[in-house]
Design a protein around this ligand. Structure first.
Ligand code: AMP
Length: 396
């Protein structure tokens, strides 16, 4: 990493504003259902407390689109952080302005203040310079530890860096970058890429960018059907991204030229509707009847994919291979998660909220080499795109 790290700067008695990713899932009663992202920020937070910084945290939560939405306050995240740290975390109701500045000035070394959801201001996502300047006024040092939003050029991830002299990279951000670099810089072979989920347009750049590194591409989930369509197989009413069919054809040709083995599922679990009560049957590849859609990979595909994964030395997985939110369509994704966990010889990385949820559902999170907290950010990083949140950090 050629960026200034938290370890490179003197933080004692300094006001440090750190961008974290506390965009945690909440249930209808604002209870946090998964605190992984808060826990992932703890190493940087604990370090800054121990070193005597006056710590100010800023994050976004969901998409309030510039409005104050009660259910999107960061209050539950502040409470949870306080529990995890065993100290009181003061939570403010805004992230800029004179009141916030007064509270920031009152902070003592080792204390922690959590600001309100930055996206309550529309200027945040617009990367507005005045808003960035107001936020920068709160602190002496800026640290970005929010890998999950590093692909967004917002005020709290990019704009603020223009108005503070010292801009450093947090430990989580460093860990994420190192883990992903291991996939691109001399990955141990065979390298298997597994791509599932629904949004094929987000995944194609990664397939293209990793084409010279990977040996095998396993396709599942909704994205597999656009490839099946590109091969003229019958896919019934399965999800298809019409705009990407030609691109899928190009990928098939490119992979063949590069001798990458591209697998589409040998069989599918299909249903007439995506619901808990749907009746399912299994069909061979290319035989999904009209009125039916693929909702999971079938047993033959699971077996084949398990074998491929067991023979790999490096694996990156993004996107569930079925509509895993519904238990009866989650078998394939759980099998993939377990296959990754069982291959203890391989370097395994999982990115994307849904694949992580599948890994958690399978109960194997501790057996995966690296779980990336940033789905979109990890895809863009692996696609070779410079992430604005990383570019904005000071070079060493
Ligand atoms: P993505 O964000 O692109 O990784 O997509 C994740 C979503 O893909 C999840 O909500 C899954 O339910 C969905 N998904 C997975 N398999 C399928 C499928 N066969 N048909 C439709 N959606 C799917």
């Amino acid at each position: 990493m050629n960026k200034l790290s938290l370890k490179d700067i003197e933080v004692k008695d300094k006001k440090v504003l750190m961008r974290v990713d506390f965009n945690v899932p909440l249930d209808g009663n604002c209870n946090i259902t998964d605190d992984t992202r808060i826990k992932a920020a703890l190493p940087s937070i604990k370090y800054l407390i121990e070193k005597g910084a006056k710590l100010i945290l800023v994050s976004h939560l969901c998409r309030p689109k510039g409005n104050v939405i009660e259910k999107m306050r960061l209050t539950p995240a502040g409470t949870r952080l306080g529990e995890l740290l065993g100290i009181k975390v003061a939570k403010l109701n805004d992230c800029v302005g004179s009141e916030v500045e007064k509270e920031a000035d009152k902070l003592k070394s080792g204390e922690v203040l959590l600001l309100e959801n930055a996206r309550f201001h529309k200027e945040e996502e617009k990367n507005d310079a005045n808003f960035s300047r107001s936020m920068a006024k709160l602190a002496d040092i800026y640290v970005n530890d929010a890998f999950g939003t590093a692909h967004r050029a917002h005020a709290s991830t990019v704009g603020i860096a223009m108005f503070i002299n010292k801009v450093a990279c947090g430990f989580l951000m460093e860990k994420e970058i190192k883990a992903l670099n291991k996939l691109t810089e001399n990955p141990e072979k065979p390298f298997t890429l597994i791509m599932g989920g629904a949004k094929l347009a987000d995944k194609i750049p990664v397939m293209e960018s990793l084409i010279d590194k990977i040996d095998t591409l396993l396709l599942g989930g909704g994205v597999a059907y656009t490839f099946c369509k590109a091969k003229n197989w019958t896919i019934g009413d399965s999800l298809v991204d019409e705009a990407c069919v030609d691109l899928a054809k190009e990928i098939i040709t490119k992979m063949r030229k590069k001798r990458v083995e591209l697998h589409t599922p040998l069989d599918h679990v299909i249903a007439q509707e995506i619901s808990e009560n749907a009746q399912t049957i299994t069909t061979e590849r290319g035989a999904v009847p009209a009125g039916w859609k693929g909702v999971d990979i079938g047993p033959q595909a699971i077996e084949e994919y398990e074998t491929e994964i067991s023979l790999s030395k490096t694996v990156f997985w993004n996107g569930p291979v079925g509509v895993f939110e519904i238990d009866k369509f989650a078998k394939g994704s759980i099998a993939i998660a377990k296959a990754l966990a069982n291959n203890t010889d391989a370097y395994t990385v999982v990115g994307g909220g849904d694949s992580i949820a599948a890994v958690n559902k399978a109960g194997v999170a501790d057996k995966i080499s690296h779980i990336s907290t940033g789905g979109g950010a990890s895809l863009e990083y692996l696609a070779g795109i410079e992430l604005p949140g990383i570019a904005a950090l000071t070079d060493k």
